[in-house]
Design a protein around this ligand. Structure first.
Ligand code: ADP
Length: 520
């Protein structure tokens, strides 16, 4: 893998972007965004606090943005509450869907600008960023179609009664999003929330706030009423925690690490508000000897190294049946070793990791693995990347033991741990032994085995003979420490609705369905 030039002029590129990505001003050479977006207006943080985002390909500062205060969070929640009670709340559902479609169209029109913005903030290859933005448009379109189909039911209680349910919007919803797919993750939770009639306050990750801000500006232009889409930028422990625990929030959606998920879930729980938590994983891909090896190797390369391994559902553990382990590994390591890293605008196979913190974290995991006695098949604990960016070579390693750190903890980088097994039971034992339960996969020619294992794997998603199968229609989420609730698809919409039951006594008979003893 050749070391690539960094992109020292990333902030210049940012200044050259058209609306909706253009910074509010330039201070010295720093593009600055007033990124507290409330009621369709941009403002600086009430206390003037600022943060900087960094270009991961060079390590240079990319842009400045506002760090939201308690007052900013309050204002955003209040604006969302007023919009819910006002113009947004009275809009017919089909009109909500129409606005979401208009926003999807705007995303398609601005796809190049949004992709460039996402690439600069995350470091990811430009074609991947573009694919992500197309996914954002699809997510908005899918949910737009659902806005006027959120039907209740009538409940048969007998002829004395008429009983029915209505699916009401949950209310004011908070969306705390991660840095790996910044706009994709924001869209996947606000689109169903908006389709359901909720109003939203988004807190994007402090590493990657820019595309979310652009989307909020586009929502205003598409005609969303003021206060429906609000953004409060800032860091997690301050701004994020204040939003998660705000008493004016009716539900919280969070995607991120297990530890932060615990704290966000606890904050929502203290207010007795529901939370959807999609957390980390250490996801096993199990390859049996009867699998199509060529295809399984390609699937593992995509599953492990897509987005430089910074995906909650990455194929980060490879479980190989003993009989094909050597053959598989020699092909896999050869393929992984050919992946080319570089800055996003060169459209490499791998971009850098998102931040210095993530770079140190991944390198720390690799060094620890080496100290623990792991056998590296590729990517010995790497030397510091000399170009200044946060690049890490792909690593493939056999951990010293099943209990070593690298075998048990999520790395969130281009790092794959390898295990060998004999037979289904041993494969399942290794796959299910960790507290995570996000995704799992099986490569086999036997449909019986695939379905047998699907039922026994501890995971919210199981992929057979492929990885990352699915799309906006397919629900995703975890079990065990990987969280709860589902995003995407019809399941994803349900979290943004609350069911009200309305019972009518039709005025004859005794007016009771149950006796007191029934406890109804
Ligand atoms: P990472 O550690 O990789 O940055 P996190 O799960 O901590 O991942 O971050 C995901 C999102 O959660 C980001 O938007 C971040 O700002 C936010 N966040 C971090 N800590 C907290 C917290 N204590 N409360 C609410 N949000 C938080």
């Amino acid at each position: 893998m050749a070391e690539s030039s960094s992109s020292p002029n990333a902030s210049t590129r940012l200044c050259g972007l058209p609306w909706p990505a253009r910074p509010d001003r330039v201070e010295g050479s720093l593009p600055v965004y007033d990124s507290i977006w409330i009621d369709g207006c941009a403002a600086a943080a009430s206390d003037g606090e600022r943060l900087e985002s960094v270009d991961p390909a060079s390590g240079n500062v990319l842009a400045g943005f506002s760090a939201g205060s308690a007052e900013d969070v309050d204002r955003a929640v209040n604006a969302a509450r007023l919009a819910l009670a006002g113009s947004w709340g009275s809009l017919p559902p089909a009109r909500r869907g129409g606005l979401l479609l208009d926003l999807a169209d705007a995303c398609r029109r601005h796809v190049d600008t949004l992709a460039e913005l996402e690439m600069l903030d995350t470091g990811k290859p430009i074609s991947a960023a573009r694919g992500d933005m197309e996914g954002v448009a699809s997510t908005l379109t899918y949910n737009a179609g659902a806005a006027d189909k959120l039907e209740g039911i009538s409940v048969p209680l007998g002829r004395e009664f008429f009983d029915f349910t209505e699916a009401e919007p949950l209310g004011v919803t908070a969306h705390i999003t991660p840095w790996n797919f910044p706009l994709g993750m924001a869209a996947r939770s606000i689109a169903p929330a908006l389709a359901a009639g909720c109003t939203t306050v988004i807190k994007p990750a402090e590493q990657t706030p820019l595309s979310t801000l652009a989307l909020a500006r586009m929502a205003k232009e598409a005609g969303f009423p003021e206060g429906v889409v609000n953004v409060v930028t800032g860091d997690g422990p301050r701004t994020g925690a204040m939003l998660a625990g705000h008493p004016g929030i009716d539900g919280v959606t969070f995607t991120g690490s297990v530890e932060t998920g615990r704290s966000v879930g606890a904050a929502a729980g203290r207010n007795l508000r529901p939370a959807v938590l999609e957390l980390g994983g250490k996801n096993p891909m199990i390859v049996f000897a009867d699998a199509d090896l060529e295809h399984a190797v390609e699937s593992a390369v995509e599953g492990a190294f897509d987005n430089c391994g910074q995906v909650c559902s990455s194929a980060s553990r490879l479980l190989l049946e003993q009989a094909i382990a050597e053959e598989f590994l020699s092909r896999f390591v050869e393929r992984a070793g050919r992946l080319r890293a570089g800055p996003g605008h060169e459209d490499p196979d791998l971009g850098p990791l998102v931040s210095r913190e993530q770079y140190e974290r991944v390198r720390g995991h690799l060094s620890l693995a080496a100290e623990e006695g792991a056998h590296f098949l590729l990517g010995e604990p790497p030397a510091e990347w000399e170009g200044g960016g946060f690049f890490v070579h792909p690593a493939v390693l056999e951990p010293a033991s099943l209990d070593s750190q690298v075998a048990t903890k999520e790395t969130f980088g281009p790092v794959v741990t390898v295990y060998r097994f004999r037979g289904e039971d041993e494969a399942l034992k290794i796959a299910n032994r960790l507290p995570y339960g996000l995704a799992a996969g099986v490569h086999t020619a036997s449909i019986d085995r695939a379905l047998r294992l699907s039922r026994r794997l501890d995971a919210g998603t199981v992929w057979i003979n492929g990885w990352f199968i699915g799309g906006v229609q397919a629900p995703t989420g975890g079990i065990k420490d990987s969280g709860f609730g589902r995003e995407r698809g019809q399941e994803g919409l349900r979290h943004y609705l609350r069911i009200k039951n309305i019972g009518i006594h039709l005025g004859f008979g005794n007016g009771r369905t149950f006796s007191a003893e029934d406890g109804g």
